[in-house]
Design a protein around this ligand. Structure first.
Ligand SMILES: Nc1ncnc2c1ncn2[C@@H]1O[C@H](COP(=O)(O)OP(=O)(O)OP(=O)(O)O)[C@@H](O)[C@H]1O
Ligand SMILES: [Mg+2]
Length: 246
């Protein structure tokens, strides 16, 4: 049984069809990179899968339960969200909370975990991303790479079954990008299931088990990372790889 299976997901903004019936299957331990040109629908796909945006149609099954995306309830969404984590391009940390406050919030508020227990879990995940010494800092006192590592710790704090990343390094310079990718690489090694929208082709090549290449709201090509990078079948994929690999 797949951890996550999305079938025929559709989304339009007004007349603009952005997801035109996309299928996606993620097994436990998979690292799926989603590639594609700007405007192809990558962010919209992730946002619809995590209900930050409402899909128009399609189905989603998660840990064995199937949902119709056009009529999923708030309670069902809340249940699924308890098992997922989302890492945004621009970190989205609360500026008025410390690092520790940002990481414990999802535990103490939505999950009613006691403060001491939440703080001990937060310290554990902060250590994992190399940010243990920064627990009392505010986001404005951190570099972008450090803020993003805190955002990853925040996502990890609730022990998610899957993590979604939307271009987690695109706001960072190369040095800070490397720090964040190293954390993600380590998560992959530990078997964390992830979907990563990224423009980092070398990272996708090295870390992903599967790749999905989108254009204009459709999947152009997908496959194992090896198949995709070593032997792309579609002209459009070859062209994309040629343009992005230098
Ligand atoms: N909230 C919105 N309202 C209207 N149109 C939107 C909205 N969000 C996205 N779109 C449109 O949907 C299309 C796909 O956008 P999306 O952000 O999913 O692309 P993307 O593949 O993530 O691009 P990028 O690589 O630039 O991040 C674009 O045409 C965009 O203008
Ligand atoms: Mg995007």
């Amino acid at each position: 049984m797949a951890l996550l299976e999305v079938k025929n997901i559709q989304k339009a903004f007004g007349e603009n069809g952005v997801l035109k019936g996309i299928d996606l299957t993620v097994e436990k331990g998979d690292v799926v990179s989603v590639l594609g040109p700007s405007g192809s629908g990558k962010t919209t796909l992730l946002r619809c899968i995590n209900f930050l945006e409402k899909a128009d149609g399609g189905s989603l099954s998660f840990e064995g339960k199937e949902y119709d995306l056009s009529r999923i309830t708030k309670a069902e969404i809340a249940d699924i969200r308890k098992k997922t984590g989302f890492v945004f391009q621009n970190y989205n940390l609360f500026a008025n909370k410390t690092v520790l406050g940002n990481v414990t919030l999802g535990l103490t508020s939505a999950r009613k975990v006691a403060k001491a227990e939440a703080e001990s879990k937060a310290k554990e995940v902060l250590a994992k991303v190399g940010m243990a010494e920064f627990a009392d800092y505010y986001p404005s006192q951190l570099s972008g790479g450090q803020q993003q590592r805190v955002a990853i710790a925040r996502a990890l704090a609730t022990d998610p079954s899957i993590l979604y990343f939307d271009e987690p390094t695109s706001a960072l310079d190369p040095q800070l990008t490397a720090e964040v990718l190293e954390v993600m690489r380590e998560l992959a090694r530990e078997g964390m299931t992830m979907i990563v929208v990224t423009h980092e082709i070398s990272f996708a090549k090295e870390v992903s088990t599967h790749v999905m290449f989108m254009a204009d709201g459709n999947v152009v090509e997908e496959g194992t990372a090896l198949e995709f990078f070593e032997n792309p079948r579609m002209d459009r994929t070859r062209e994309f790889l040629r343009l992005t690999s230098n």
